[in-house]
Ligand binder design. Structure first.
Ligand SMILES: Nc1nc2c(ncn2[C@@H]2O[C@H](COP(=O)(O)O[C@H]3[C@@H](O)[C@H](n4cnc5c(=O)[nH]c(N)nc54)O[C@@H]3COP(=O)(O)O)[C@@H](O)[C@H]2O)c(=O)[nH]1
Length: 722
């Protein structure tokens, strides 16, 4: 420890020096000055531990020095040493801040003792001030940290009343913090969460066992709040709370309340809610998705089992949705699905569930059925509703729906079996011709599995090119020449032999495999036509059957032309056979496409003429070149009287509209002669030839070329080839 430094202020030099000697003897440094002004200057320049001040000095007395020193920050303690006898002088000196007053002459011990005490007191005061300043600094820092915290920080007393709460409560909840002090914590708790809150807000435990990350909703001040307006009336927080005890939390000290920190997680909750919603809802229609449907079905099943109730589920698939998507584009497809969802919702009771399983598939859950027939009432209503045209961008769209119905407990007692049964029943409606509803029946299972395995086999057959074309000649009976061939698909099944297109074309159409199959067959037909052209045999037209879905495809015209052109063939060598049911589907679009093909020289033949509802206005609107009399009329021509007037009428129509006429299914000479007499020259049928593989047709074409070349005459041998 360094020696304390003292300042002796006395105009009596002798006295000052003897005092200096005394002090030095007792371990002090002592400086002397003889006037008040000098003393003040020295105190300003040097840090003294004590001043020994005489009162009566010329110019500036001791009182003036004391008065001046009082204006200094942290002045040294002053002991006044004076010969003045009056009590008032001592009182005045003490009032002006002197530590003590000693009267001359003094006892050296008394002086030394007083000096020691004064220095020690001054040291303690300095130490105290520094501790105080540090404390204030740290308190300011903590106050700043607490008030600028993004979390609500609070303390409660032992009965749950706020003793402190930081500023964050104002911005988050809208309460003034002062208004909450003394209020019970329930003032800010969302009423549904009172029970949960009571644990955290009465927390007595500390350390690891205290409340950690409990989720709660805190109530915002109501809308009339003068501080802030809130759109929502609560926020979600995650809360950590701990008990507080008098002093430190040593055991045995009394519980004084709770300290807690609440972090606002409302934004995170909102994101979580969106994610949860997306996980259980279809984003396009807003309907429950497959996962939520299954969940609801599970709950409904348990309820129905407990209460011996019946319920129905429906599996709905839109007919012709693919057409809308492919022809009008996905925007319209999506719009249509939204409209469908709305109409379906309108057919159900509030407690029923409607879900979108994906694509154009919807499922419906009907609770608490009184009788099984109730489901069919709903299904019939839906079928009717969806038959009404949909107006998309001022365009009327016609679709229909196929619905399968499965009942609990009759058709299954688990989620999976019920959905599967409804799905199978829906497929049955599709196979039956769509647009309707059907309850599940056990017998449907076998057929469903047969169809499914057929579908897989068909897919493989297309990949392995097991499906190929046979060609059937179309003959001009007057010249006896082959003027055309009809390409007809055949499936060469490795085990089942040849499968008829009447079996696999509808399946290909239902499953969408028709697109890949048709492309494959068009490629094959073009390749074969190229070979016949190279062999100098190409002086006929090839008729191709196309399914309605194909014509409805956006790229139908460009794809067909690009195949033909990429094989360097003339479009005039091709004819497209369409059926009347294509004409009733999307008139405007179909006409445009057929006209486009016609412009390139491709002819259009109307197949199976007379079997459907044939509006003559179609013939006027359509770019048709050729009508084919259906084989059912031809077959009956010599046995049923009514076939003759029908064929006569068809022949008249063809003449009237200046269309070519071809009779198909001609099997006998008698049929041929009758048809010829009725004005039909072009015929196709077993009488001339069955559909044959390409190489047999090549032989036939070569024979024809040779015969005509040699004789210039038709040969009867051309007529029957089997
Ligand atoms: N979309 C596609 N449809 C196709 C394709 N290939 C064939 N088909 C259609 O399948 C239906 C059945 O065809 P198929 O079993 O080949 O029957 C045709 C002829 O074999 C048969 N025919 C011809 N002559 C006679 C006869 O004298 N008697 C008799 N009982 N049957 C005969 O008629 C069918 C010709 O049909 P049509 O098309 O109406 O001219 C059939 O509807 C095909 O259209 C394909 O690749 N794509």
């Amino acid at each position: 420890m360094s020696r304390p430094t003292l300042l002796i202020v006395d105009d009596n030099e002798r006295l000052a020096q003897s005092l200096q000697q005394l002090l030095q003897l007792h371990g002090y440094n002592a400086e002397i000055c003889s006037s008040g002004e000098d003393a003040l200057q020295l105190v300003m320049d040097i840090k003294f531990d004590l001043v020994l001040l005489d009162l009566s000095m010329p110019d500036m007395n001791g009182f003036d020095v004391l008065t001046e020193l009082a204006t200094y920050s942290a002045p040294p303690p002053v002991i006044v040493i004076s010969g003045t006898k009056t009590l008032n002088a001592a009182i005045e000196a003490m009032r002006l801040g002197a530590y003590d007053f000693l009267r001359k002459p003094y006892q050296p011990e008394e002086l030394l003792h007083t000096i020691e005490n004064a220095i020690e007191k001054s040291r303690l005061e300095t130490q105290n001030r520094s501790i105080h300043a540090r404390l204030e600094e740290s308190e300011n820092l903590y106050r700043y940290l607490v008030n600028s915290s993004p979390d609500i920080i609070y303390t409660l007393d032992d009965s749950g009343h706020f003793t402190f709460i930081n500023h964050r409560v104002e911005t988050l909840l809208g309460y003034r913090r002062e208004s909450l002090i003394g209020k019970h914590y329930t003032e800010i708790i969302y009423s549904d969460d009172f029970d949960r809150a009571s644990y955290a807000f009465n927390e007595r435990r500390t350390g690891n066992r205290a409340t950690r990350n409990i989720e709660l909703r805190l109530k915002c001040k109501d809308l009339e709040s003068d501080i802030r307006h809130f759109e929502i009336n609560f926020i979600t927080v995650v809360l950590n709370a701990t008990g507080t005890y008098g002093g430190t939390h040593e055991s045995g000290t009394p519980f004084s309340g709770t300290y807690g920190v609440a972090r606002d997680i409302s934004d995170r909750k909102k994101v979580e809610e969106v994610i949860t919603r997306q996980a259980y809802h279809d984003t396009l229609t807003g309907l429950p998705n497959r996962a939520l449907f299954k969940d609801r079905l599970n709950v409904a099943l348990n309820h129905a089992k407990r209460n011996q109730q019946q319920l129905a589920i429906m599996f709905l698939d839109l007919d012709r949705f693919k057409w809308v998507n492919d022809t009008l584009g996905h925007f319209y497809g999506d719009e249509l699905l939204k409209h469908v969802a709305q109409r379906l919702s309108g057919c159900l009771r509030a407690q029923d569930t409607l879900a979108r399983m994906g694509g154009d598939e919807f499922t419906l859950l009907l609770h608490d059925l009184q009788q099984p027939e109730d489901a069919s009432l709903v299904a019939a209503k839906i079928v009717d509703e969806l038959k009404r045209p949909f107006l998309l961008d001022e365009r009327e769209i016609f679709i229909s729906s196929s619905i399968g119905i499965a009942l609990y407990p009759d058709h299954g007692d688990t989620i999976e079996t019920l959905i599967k049964s409804a799905d199978i029943a829906m497929y049955h409606v599709k196979w039956r011709g769509k647009n309707g509803y059907q309850y599940y029946e056990a017998s449907m299972n076998a057929m469903f599995h047969k169809k499914l395995s057929m579908e897989n086999e068909l897919r493989r057959a297309i990949e392995k090119k097991q499906i190929m074309l046979h060609y059937q000649p179309q003959v001009d009976v007057e010249t006896r020449k082959i003027i055309g061939l009809e390409a007809l698909a055949r499936w060469h099944h490795p085990e089942l032999g040849i499968i008829s297109p009447t079996e696999f074309i509808p399946l290909a159409e239902e499953t969408g495999l028709i697109f890949s199959l048709s492309e494959m067959l068009l490629g094959e037909a073009c390749k074969q036509m190229q070979l016949w052209e190279a062999a100098g045999l190409l002086n006929f037209r090839l008729a191709l059957n196309v399914s309605p879905q194909l014509v409805e495809e956006e790229s139908f015209v460009s794809k067909t032309l690009s195949y033909i052109q990429s094989h360097h063939l003339k479009p005039e060598f091709f004819e497209i056979e369409i059926t009347e049911n294509l004409l009733v589907r999307d008139l405007e679009n179909t006409v445009a496409k057929l006209k486009a093909l016609g412009k390139h020289g491709i002819r259009i033949a109307l197949d199976d003429f007379g079997t459907c509802y044939s509006s003559l206005s179609y013939l006027r609107q359509f770019p048709i070149h050729n009508i084919k009399i259906d084989k059912s009329f031809v077959g009956d021509i010599n046995t049923h009287d009514e076939s003759v007037p029908i064929i006569t009428a068809i022949s008249g129509i063809a003449k009237g509209f200046k269309l070519d006429l071809i009779a198909e299914g001609v099997e006998t000479l008698q049929q041929m002669k009758t048809l010829h007499k009725m004005g039909c020259n072009i015929m196709q049928g077993y009488l001339f030839s069955k559909p044959l593989p390409a190489q047999n047709i090549t032989t036939l074409l070569k024979r024809q070329a040779n015969l005509f070349h040699k004789n210039g005459e038709p040969d009867d041998a051309l007529i029957t080839q089997h």
